[in-house]
Design a protein around this ligand. Structure first.
Ligand SMILES: Nc1ncnc2c1ncn2[C@@H]1O[C@H](COP(=O)(O)OP(=O)(O)O)[C@@H](O)[C@H]1O
Ligand SMILES: [Mg+2]
Length: 417
C-alpha cells in the first residue's frame, strides 16, 4: 500500500466525523447553544453557561465550514507528499484553498441565516469579518498562487539528450576536460579550466578553502549544473550525452549537508536500492561506522527518523547518508566534506573500511582536515576555482606552496619543516 493512503483515509475520516462533534458537545453541555444563533447572550449567566453558549455556538456555527475544510486538509496532507517541492508549496496550497473555503463557507452561512447571499454579505458584521480575512489572506494567497504557478511551470534546464549514448564500460572513471563553470546570473566563473582524470580503484582527495569551488566541482559530475565550458566525462562518455537515469545509477553522492527523509532507517538506506537485503543494509552500516548506534536503537532498522533527521546527531546523519550511498554499490563515489562531522577516530576507521569496500570504485573525497586526505592516492588542491597543486602528499609538500600553507595551518609549522 502506498504510504499516503492511510493519511488520506485519516483526513477524510476527520472531515466526515467533525460535523457530528458540535451536535455531540452541545447535547452533552445541556441547553446551551442551538443553531447558528447560539451566540445570543443575556446578562447574569453563569460562567459555565457562558462557556457552553460560547463554545457550543462557535462549534455549531462552524459546522458548515467543515465541508470546505476537507479540501484544505487533503491539500495539506497531499502537499506533504511532495516533500521535495518544499514546505512553501504546502503552505501555498493551504492559502489558496483557504480562500476558496472561505467563500463556500460564506455561501453556506448565508443559506443558513435565510438571507439572500447579497443581503447577508452586506450586513456590517460580515463586512468586518470579511475585510479582516481579505487583509490577512488575499495578499498571501496571491503570492502563494504565483509561487505555485512558478513551481508547476518550472522547466528543468538539465534534460536527457535526444540520442543518449550508453557507456560501453562502466568503471566509474571521471575526466574533466578544460572545465569552466559560472553559476547562472553570476558575474565571474567559479571554476577555471579544470583538467584531470580520476581512475577506478583510486581515491582522490580535493582540498581547498571555503568557497574555492569543491562542492561546485562535485555537482558538475551528476549534472546538477552543466559546465559552461569544456566537458565532464563519466565512464568515458560526456555526461551531457548520457541518459540522466543511467548517469545517476552509477554515482553515489553524499552531500555536504546529509539529508534524511521521514521514514525508517531501512527506508532511508533503501532509497537508492530498494532491493537491498537486511544483511546488505547492516553491512553498509558497519562500513559507515553506523552499525553500533543503529543496533543500540530500540527498533534498529525500523527506527523512525523525523523529517530531515532532526532526532539524530549531525555525525549520525552523516554516517547514515554514507551508508545509503554504500547500499547502492556504485562504481563512483563522491563524498562532499561528509567526514568533517565525525571525530578523528571514526573518520579514520570509516576510511579504512571504505578502502576495502570500494577498492574497485573511483572515490572522490572532499575534505577540510589534512589527516583525512593524507593517504589518498592523489590530492587536488583548489584555490579560487583553480587547481594549484595535484599529486600525493609527499609530492605536494615539495611542489605546492598553497598545499604547504594548508598543512602548516592545521598541523603546525613543524609538520612542514
Ligand atoms: N548556487 C550558487 N549560486 C551562485 N553562486 C554559488 C552557488 N553555490 C556556490 N556559489 C559560489 O561559488 C563559489 C564556490 O562555492 P562552493 O563550490 O560551495 O565552494 P566550497 O565547496 O569549496 O566551499 C563560492 O564563491 C560560492 O559563493
Ligand atoms: Mg562545499
Amino acid at each position: 500500500m502506498r504510504k499516503w493512503v492511510p493519511r488520506l483515509v485519516l483526513a477524510l475520516a476527520i472531515g466526515v466525523a467533525l460535523p457530528f462533534l458540535p451536535t455531540f458537545l452541545t447535547r452533552s453541555v445541556g441547553p446551551a447553544a442551538g443553531g447558528a444563533g447560539g451566540l445570543g447572550l443575556s446578562a447574569g449567566v453563569s460562567v459555565g453557561t457562558f462557556a457552553a453558549l460560547f463554545f457550543g455556538g462557535i462549534l455549531t456555527s462552524l459546522t458548515p465550514c467543515v465541508y470546505p475544510l476537507i479540501p484544505i486538509t487533503v491539500s495539506i496532507f497531499g502537499a506533504r507528499q511532495a516533500e521535495h517541492r518544499g514546505r512553501s508549496v504546502a503552505l501555498s496550497a493551504t492559502y489558496v484553498s483557504g480562500i476558496a473555503a472561505m467563500f463556500s463557507a460564506l455561501g453556506l452561512f448565508a443559506a443558513l441565516s435565510g438571507k439572500a447571499f447579497g443581503t447577508f454579505l452586506s450586513s456590517p458584521a460580515v463586512i468586518v469579518v470579511l475585510a479582516t480575512f481579505m487583509v490577512i489572506f488575499v495578499p498571501r494567497a496571491a503570492a502563494s498562487a504565483t509561487r505555485l504557478e512558478e513551481v508547476i511551470n518550472t522547466e528543468p534546464s538539465i534534460t536527457d539528450p535526444v540520442n543518449p549514448i550508453e557507456p560501453a564500460r562502466v568503471t566509474g572513471a571521471v575526466e574533466f576536460r578544460g572545465v569552466t563553470f559560472g553559476y547562472p546570473g553570476g558575474e565571474k566563473p567559479v571554476l577555471h579550466e579544470l583538467a584531470f582524470k580520476l581512475n577506478p580503484g583510486a581515491t582522490t582527495a580535493i582540498i581547498g578553502g571555503t568557497g574555492s569551488g569543491k562542492t561546485t566541482l562535485l555537482n558538475l559530475v551528476p549534472r546538477f549544473y552543466d559546465a559552461t565550458g569544456g566537458a565532464v566525462l563519466v565512464n568515458e562518455v560526456d555526461v551531457q550525452a548520457q541518459k540522466l537515469d543511467t548517469l545517476w545509477q552509477h554515482i553515489g553522492l553524499v552531500p555536504q549537508q546529509a539529508y534524511l527523509f521521514r521514514g525508517t532507517i531501512a527506508d532511508n538506506l533503501r532509497f537508492g536500492n530498494e532491493n537491498a537485503t537486511e544483511a546488505e543494509l547492516w553491512h553498509a552500516l558497519e562500513v559507515a561506522q553506523a552499525g553500533d548506534f543503529v543496533a543500540a536503537m530500540p527498533n534498529k532498522l525500523e527506527e523512525q527518523i523525523d523529517q530531515g533527521g532532526t532526532n539524530l546527531s549531525g555525525g549520525q546523519r552523516q554516517r547514515l547518508a554514507i551508508a545509503r550511498a554504500l547500499v547502492r554499490r556504485p562504481p563512483l563515489y563522491l563524498f562532499d566534506d561528509c567526514f568533517s562531522a565525525l571525530d578523528a577516530g571514526t573518520d579514520a576507521r570509516l576510511r579504512a573500511a571504505l578502502k576495502v569496500e570500494a577498492r574497485d570504485a573511483t572515490v572522490v573525497i572532499v575534505a577540510q582536515r589534512v589527516s583525512t586526505i593524507l593517504h589518498a592516492d592523489r590530492i587536488i588542491v583548489l584555490d579560487a576555482g583553480r587547481i594549484v597543486g595535484i599529486g600525493t602528499h609527499q609530492v605536494l609538500m615539495s611542489t605546492s606552496e598553497p598545499y604547504r600553507e594548508i598543512v602548516a595551518s592545521q598541523l603546525g609549522e613543524e609538520a612542514v619543516a
